[in-house]
Design a protein around this ligand. Structure first.
Ligand SMILES: [Zn+2]
Length: 439
């Protein structure tokens, strides 16, 4: 067993000095005063230990769009961005999917994420034919995470159609399953390969009611895009006479294992009906001009995701929830909190504990019995000098302040470096170039 002894540890909403974290194998077995008889002591000078951040919503391959979609070609919106994203999705071969996913995951580890929930919908060849191994792409994405030591929960997407009364879109052929049973069978196969997998009916736009009903008894976490765009809510009302949250409720999917991703445009009835978690993706929602969820009104826990990877930065996600709420309401300190560190605690829980719950992973907190997933923050940095520490970490922190990360006790970020990161970056660039995408 081994003790990790930093300057301070964030436990139960407080920074505690003189506490160590005792790890055996993959698990935290104790948080308390260091007893050297129980294990060697690794002293972490000028460091705070936090639980590792949990990225509850990712589409890793979209990392290939970085910097390529920050200029308009005509009228630009979510829907025109989606066209460019689909062009990318159509062009990626398995090698490129794996290479760009590894790059995204390496950047996540560098930023302090220790778990990702990968909302995976690239399943088939570009013409819709399954690969010889029907799970080829999912397994490559899982392998990408394993290469850099990131914990991954594969949220295997079920996708049926372009939309209600919408003609099939050939650029979606890679996503589409024949039946709800085909999606469920894929989850079982992934679990059979030892992977942690959940189910992700893509959205009410892409999945009809009978499919949603077929998923009601699924024995794992369920994630879905909900209320992301006003257009999809109008389609949903036309098809069901109900708004999206009520469609999921009626299908039997709204429970503590459900996560509504985005929930950008809910009405008060949907907010009252919500169960489970909401996953906000602030930097992507701001990047796409989606709008912003009314976080201050929600009665369920909020977790966070970097979604399209316009940015990969847990600190930016955490503070954007509060800052954007301030901008919308015209006042300050709007999310629920108590005391001087209360708001920082609220946001840190979004970035850690709530994400772990959303993904069904026993992590996101420094406590006996939890997985040994944690990060070290460098207190010697100028931005933290002469500050109240916990709010400063949340409101002024950045990936550069994360020096080290451990996933299941394994040291995956060392002194600010992901081992092998240069090679990962070179391989991604080469694979994208071979697929005709670099530039
Ligand atoms: Zn998404």
């Amino acid at each position: 067993m081994k003790w990790f002894l930093p300057d301070a540890v964030w436990v139960d909403g407080k920074l505690h000095r003189d506490l160590g974290v005792l790890v055996a194998g993959e698990t935290i077995v104790w948080v308390g005063a260091v007893d050297e008889r129980l294990g060697e002591v690794e002293r972490l000078y000028r460091r705070v230990l936090l639980p590792g951040f949990v990225n509850a919503h990712s589409h890793a391959f979209q990392r290939a769009l970085r910097g390529h979609v920050q200029h308009a070609e005509g009228e630009d919106s979510f829907w025109s961005w989606r066209k460019r994203m689909y062009a990318l999705a159509s062009a990626l071969n398995p090698e490129a999917v794996e290479a760009v996913s590894t790059l995204a995951f390496a950047e996540m580890v560098r930023a302090g994420f220790t778990t990702v929930g990968e909302f995976h919908y690239l399943h088939h060849q570009p013409d819709g034919t399954p690969y010889d191994d029907p799970d080829e792409l999912a397994r490559r994405v899982a392998h990408a995470a394993q290469r850099v030591g990131l914990r991954i929960v594969l949220l295997r997407v079920a996708y049926a159609r372009a939309g209600y009364l919408v003609d099939p879109d050939p650029t979606q052929r890679r996503f589409i399953d024949r039946s709800p049973d085909a999606a469920l069978a894929a989850v079982s196969r992934l679990r059979g390969h030892g992977l942690t997998a959940g189910l992700a009916p893509h959205s009410v736009r892409a999945v009809p009611r009978d499919w949603l009903q077929a998923f009601a008894d699924f024995d794992g976490v369920v994630h879905a895009h909900v209320d992301e765009q006003p257009g999809e809510i109008e389609q949903c009302l036309a098809e069901h006479g109900l708004r999206p949250v009520h469609v999921f409720a009626e299908a039997g999917l709204l429970n503590e294992r459900f996560t509504a991703v985005h929930l950008t445009h809910p009405d008060d009835g949907e907010i009252a009906a919500m169960r489970g978690q909401v996953c906000a993706c602030p930097t992507t929602e701001l990047d796409l001009g989606d709008g912003f969820l009314p976080a201050w009104k929600l009665g369920v826990p909020v977790c966070l995701g970097s979604d399209s990877h316009a940015a990969i930065d847990p600190f930016a996600e955490m503070r954007a929830v509060e800052w954007h709420s301030r901008a919308l309401l015209g006042r300050r300190n709007v999310l629920p909190h108590e005391g001087a560190d209360g708001l920082a605690n609220t946001l840190l829980r979004m970035g850690t504990e709530h994400g772990a719950r959303s993904l069904g992973v026993n992590a996101g907190r420094l406590a006996a019995g939890a997985l040994a997933d944690f990060v070290a923050i460098d207190l010697s940095r100028l931005e933290f000098a002469s500050s109240r520490l916990l709010p400063a970490i949340v409101f002024n922190g950045s990936p550069a302040a994360v020096t080290d990360a451990w996933v299941g006790g394994r040291h995956v970020l060392r002194d600010g470096r992901v081992p092998g990161a240069e090679r990962v970056a070179n391989e991604a660039e080469a694979a994208l170039r071979r697929a005709g995408l670099a530039g």
